[in-house]
Design a protein around this ligand. Structure first.
Ligand code: TYM
Length: 337
């Protein structure tokens, strides 16, 4: 590890396995841009991860570029943030293999994402789906980050990454910085609008549960109108996640989009019921996403620019990642080239 390092490092990624949702935005991307002036930031499209579930090649390519456009449209300036495509930086798979050999079968078996995804894809429980967290640990550790901004569902993977890094450091000395997950206070777990006890997920089969970043305002408004609220008789806007998961989910979305605290939201809709609340949440989301959609559409018309960004990003990322990989190869005893 480099000593006296002044700038802190942040890193995260998203799988282009579906169109980006409001969950990916509020749980992760919204947090990414905030510290670009103080931190060295690396954000990537995790295409290698996405093939653990079968993808249509043309869709994967399209979504990877759309995701890059959306990162930029969400405020990640490519001059200040290193934006790249994971498969363009071979060090990820190289370190991924090494870390596979330092990650235990029992640890991988306990991952809830593995359990969920293998239940959903019973016909394709492949080795990559199982060893995925070792690749994710490599994604992270290559860049020696201090923080990994993710939603709540990825906390377990970041914790496993820390355990693997500590195990490696215990054997070979101070090779990896031990990163911390950086999870937002509101929006860390956005739930489906149609089934508010399940997570909003870009690979969800029910599109009514998900709001996508590039979706038209009228479609977003319709989805919120139909959002499942709770069948309690009081019908008042009150934050009670156990009792009223549908309303609590809408309140957290509204809070994340407007910055209002739960008590303020309860006061705002006191005596007005769900009929007034749902359109207000829809408006807040539409206004939050409007500039992102417009800017993404503009960027997607300029493929040359996007290409320039991901090429430069891969080059910068590879220079940092290569340094860590060389150190690891040396430590484990590989002969230098
Ligand atoms: P992925 O692609 O499932 O999700 C991307 C990011 O969005 C967050 N997120 C949510 N947050 C709140 N509510 C939701 N409903 C919601 N849905 C998604 C996720 O927590 C995540 O931060 N394994 C990762 C991708 C990855 C990665 C990495 C992340 C690969 N390598 C290295 C960080 C560092 C994943 O599947 O995220």
């Amino acid at each position: 590890m480099e000593e006296n390092k002044k700038r802190k490092v942040m890193l995260s990624g998203i799988q282009p396995s579906g169109d980006l949702t409001l969950g990916s935005y509020l749980g992760a991307i919204k947090n990414w841009g905030a510290r670009a002036d103080e931190f060295d930031c690396y954000y990537f499209m995790a295409d290698l991860h996405s093939i653990t579930v079968r993808q249509t090649p043309a869709d994967l390519r399209r979504r990877t570029l759309e995701q890059l456009a959306q990162y930029i449209a969400c405020g990640l300036d490519p001059e200040k943030n290193t934006l790249f495509i994971q498969s363009h930086v071979p060090e990820h798979t190289q370190l991924g293999w090494v870390l596979n050999c330092y990650t235990m079968f029992g640890e991988l078996s306990r991952m809830t994402q593995f359990k969920d995804k293998s239940a959903k894809n019973a016909e394709n429980i492949n080795g990559g789906l199982f060893t995925y967290p070792a690749l994710m640990a490599a994604d992270i550790l290559l860049y020696q980050p201090d923080y990994v901004p993710v939603g709540d569902d990825q906390k377990q993977h970041v914790e496993l990454c820390r355990d693997v890094a500590m195990r490696f450091n215990n054997i070979y000395g101070d090779v990896f910085r031990i990163p911390e997950p950086y999870i937002p206070k509101v929006g860390a777990r956005v739930m489906s609008l149609s089934a508010p006890t399940s997570k909003m997920s870009k690979s969800d089969k029910d599109p009514n549960g998900c709001v996508y970043l590039l979706e038209a305002p009228e479609v977003i408004a319709r989805k919120f109108k139909r959002a499942v609220t709770d069948s309690d008789t009081e019908r008042c806007v009150r934050y009670a996640p156990e009792e009223k998961p549908g309303v609590a989910n809408l309140m957290s979305i509204y809070s994340a989009c407007t910055g209002k605290a739960y008590a303020e939201i309860e006061a705002e809709f006191d005596g007005r019921g769900y009929g007034a609340f749902k359109p207000a949440v829809a408006d807040a989301v539409v206004e939050t996403l409007r500039p992102i959609r417009e800017e993404s559409e503009r960027l997607l018309r300029d493929k040359g620019y996007l290409e320039q960004v991901y090429r430069a990003g891969a080059e910068k990322a590879s220079a940092i990642a290569g340094k860590t990989l060389r150190k690891v190869y040396k430590k484990v005893g590989f002969v230098a080239k």
